[in-house]
Design a binder for this molecule. Structure first.
Ligand SMILES: [Zn+2]
Length: 265
């Protein structure tokens, strides 16, 4: 366990107490362990931010982008122009947005968060996601994290999408729902699989409870994920909802893979 993990662990112990006590603990710990950048060891003012050099290396996704899939374009060809992917394979969900292009820097952040027990990164990622999904917050919605199979959760001890959804919920004020969407069979990791194999791997892997569908009929749903690669997982999730729900499903992720040169349409 490195210093950052240690400080996070100690702060999480204090956060179970009153907020004021947690604040004092933060101050004392910041004196003992001055805050450093989340992805390098440069000193920073806040304990949950990046230094200016790491920040400048992030590749944010901003307009112009495909209004359906959120894939960035090199030039603005009009708000209704879709990406080649959206035309070739129209998704079941309505819109997808991501904060960053999934490059080496984003991969580093995600793997520290996902496999390195650096749970404080959830707050940082969620802040960027809330900005990327700003169109989603114009009307009420329900936040639903991509579930982990219980076997994988047992090993990892936490679901990274759940932590992101909790932080997005805190920032937007929208409710997070867990347990309504489940991964009903264990699937292989998507990493390293071809596009077709990814689709096969997750087809029919998710189910939504009837109770959720009855309770939230007519409401918009925002699926929260850490990284969208080919979109096979979120497509499988969207298909697990009844047809009348599907036009109201949006997807928000921290990063997404962008294949080929930006602007290929
Ligand atoms: Zn840095």
């Amino acid at each position: 366990m490195d210093n950052k993990q240690l400080v996070t662990r100690i702060k999480s112990l204090f956060s179970n107490k009153r907020q004021r006590v947690a604040g004092l603990a933060d101050g004392a710990l910041d004196m003992l362990f001055p805050p450093s950048c989340l992805t390098c060891d440069e000193p920073v003012i806040d304990s949950d931010g990046l230094c200016s050099s790491c920040w400048a290396k992030l590749r944010f996704i901003s307009k112009p982008y495909c209004p359906t899939l959120g894939i960035p374009f090199a030039a603005d060809l009009g708000a209704s122009v879709l990406s080649a992917e959206a035309i070739a394979h129209p998704p079941t969900f309505a819109r997808a947005r991501s904060a960053l292009i999934y490059d080496d820097r984003a991969r580093q952040i995600v793997s520290q968060f996902k496999y390195g027990d650096r749970l404080e990164l959830a707050k940082f990622c969620a802040r960027l996601m809330v900005v990327a999904g700003r169109d989603f917050w114009e009307e009420p919605c329900v936040l639903v994290p991509v579930p982990l199979h219980w076997r994988r959760r047992l090993v990892r001890r936490y679901n990274q999408s759940q932590l992101l959804a909790d932080q997005v919920g805190l920032l937007t004020g929208f409710k997070v729902h867990n347990g309504w969407l489940t991964r009903k069979r264990f699937t292989r990791q998507q990493v390293g699989l071809s596009s077709n194999d990814r689709e096969d791997n997750v087809r029919g892997a998710f189910s939504v409870t009837d109770q959720f569908l009855e309770q939230y009929e007519g409401q918009r749903i925002v699926i929260i994920d850490d990284v969208v690669t080919t979109g096979a997982t979120i497509e499988a999730i969207a298909r697990s909802f009844r047809i009348k729900f599907r036009s109201k499903i949006d997807v928000l992720s921290f990063a997404r893979v962008v294949m080929g040169p930006i602007g290929a349409i």
